[in-house]
Design a binder for this molecule. Structure first.
Ligand SMILES: Cc1cc2nc3c(=O)[nH]c(=O)nc-3n(C[C@H](O)[C@H](O)[C@H](O)COP(=O)(O)OP(=O)(O)OC[C@H]3O[C@@H](n4cnc5c(N)ncnc54)[C@H](O)[C@@H]3O)c2cc1C
Length: 405
């Protein structure tokens, strides 16, 4: 039996950033069912939304989020996320994450002028009314996970148990309510035995549930475990019907869950039928820059109407240098499948991508069960409403991990 102040289940952006902050207040154990590097976070491509441009405003980011969520968002959660975003970006940089810069800054070392801080390069994505996506090429999640894992590996007060899968929550009975969470039973995969971890605070950060669906952009770990554990223990779960489909997942017999980032459409990629005709303007005046639910539905309609197995996403007109510089990861992955995206369009289909619902929490991440917190994709904070705005989810993981510390 292990006893700790904090038990964190999950090692994505939410779990790791919470662990790093909580370690200042007590000892932390992080359990993860695979290796500490494997998570949805690692596969995030586009980036993290934050109002950083001088021509952008918090109100615009709030409004974009409410429009995407069909007004079913909780406004206070949206405000909290949007206003806290610049601080969380800075915090990630403090943990060592390196994001792309528009210019490298100037230390002012000649003594003749003031120093200028490096300015982050901001991408535009569907549904956003301004450039506000902080990114590391098109492999933002990999950089974030790298930085957080390195920080965790060197942290005092934190022990990470890889290959340890939480099975059930441990609850103590109370009069009336669902009980108090006191930790979790955890299956040690290597030793084949169940261990008991008791904690003053149990934090579920288990990510999404894409693997429940046949076609998904999510990796194998995304099986909705945290939501299932909490539901079984009696905590409230909400909005599970709002599963977001990403419009553009690579369609290829050997490709498993490979997402073609929204940022391609942000940078001018065009959706075409198999005969080469563009179709998005027939569905929405914003064409390729419409929100992802609109684009996903349009593609689905086109496929059903024509009987095609996929549609095409075409960025060839931007030129080879531009494509390789902005989308090196997608370029390399597609080349691996024999598709040169600088010369030919990419076959794409919509796929299950993001769980908008989850465990009901307050603005500090507390669930309806005392002793149990939920952060990241497994939580329903009210930020997303019926539909997530692109690049708001890495942000949500950090914001509520910080609020919960
Ligand atoms: C391909 C792709 C691209 C994306 N691009 C973006 C983007 O550009 N911007 C953005 O904001 N969001 C993006 N997202 C969504 C975003 O990556 C996720 O919402 C976010 O990373 C979730 O973080 P998390 O910390 O909540 O969970 P995760 O990163 O999924 O981590 C959860 C962890 O919990 C562990 N776990 C699960 N169950 C158990 C269990 N029973 N016991 C122990 N451990 C368990 C898993 O192993 C996993 O490591 C993308 C997602 C995908 C799949």
């Amino acid at each position: 039996m292990l006893t700790r102040d904090f038990l964190v289940v999950g090692n994505g952006i939410a779990g790791l950033s919470f662990a790093l902050e909580a370690a200042a207040h007590g000892d932390v154990i992080v359990v993860t069912k695979r290796s500490r590097e494997e998570s949805n976070t690692k596969y995030a491509q586009g980036g993290i939304a934050a109002v950083l441009d001088k021509d952008d405003f918090f109100d615009k980011h709030v409004q974009d989020t409410l429009v995407a969520g069909a007004g079913m968002n909780h406004t206070r959660a949206v405000e909290q996320c949007v206003r806290d975003a610049p601080g969380r970006i800075e915090m990630l940089q403090g943990f060592g994450a390196r994001f792309d810069c528009a210019h490298d800054g100037d230390p002012g070392s000649d003594g003749n002028h003031a120093s200028v801080a490096p300015e982050l390069d901001l991408h535009l994505e569907g549904g956003h009314s301004a450039r506000r996506i902080v990114h590391t090429g098109d492999m933002t999640g990999r950089e974030v996970e790298r930085a957080l894992v390195e920080a965790i590996n060197g942290a005092k007060n934190i022990r990470v148990l890889d290959e340890h899968m939480s099975i059930d929550l441990i609850t103590l009975p109370t009069h009336g309510g669902p009980g108090v969470c006191a930790g979790a039973y955890v299956f040690n995969v290597d030793q084949g035995k169940v261990e008991t971890v008791l904690a003053r605070a149990t934090v579920l950060a288990t990510g999404g549930a894409g693997k429940v669906y046949l076609y998904t952009t999510n990796p194998d770990v995304a099986t909705g475990d945290g939501v299932a554990r909490a539901f079984r223990a009696g905590a409230e779960v909400a909005n599970m019907e709002f599963y977001q489909f990403h419009p553009t997942c690579l369609f290829h017999p050997q490709a498993k869950n490979f997402l073609i980032s929204e940022a391609l459409r942000g940078e001018g990629a065009i959706l075409r039928r198999l005969d080469g005709t563009p179709f998005m303007k027939e569905y929405d005046a914003r064409a390729e820059l419409a929100r992802r639910d609109i684009v996903a539905r349009a593609i689905d309609h086109e496929m059903k109407r024509s009987g095609a197995e996929h549609v095409l996403l075409d960025i060839t007109h931007k030129g080879g240098d531009f494509v390789k510089e902005h989308f090196p990861g997608i370029y390399a992955q597609c080349m691996g499948f024999g598709i040169d995206i600088t010369r030919e369009p990419i076959p794409v289909v919509p796929a299950a991508h993001y769980l908008c619902g989850g465990m009901t929490t307050d603005l500090d991440g507390l669930t309806t069960m005392p002793g149990l917190w939920a952060i990241g994709e497994c939580a329903h904070t009210g930020l997303h409403g019926a539909n997530r705005l692109a690049s708001n989810s890495l942000l949500e993981g950090m914001v509520f991990a910080h609020a919960n510390r």
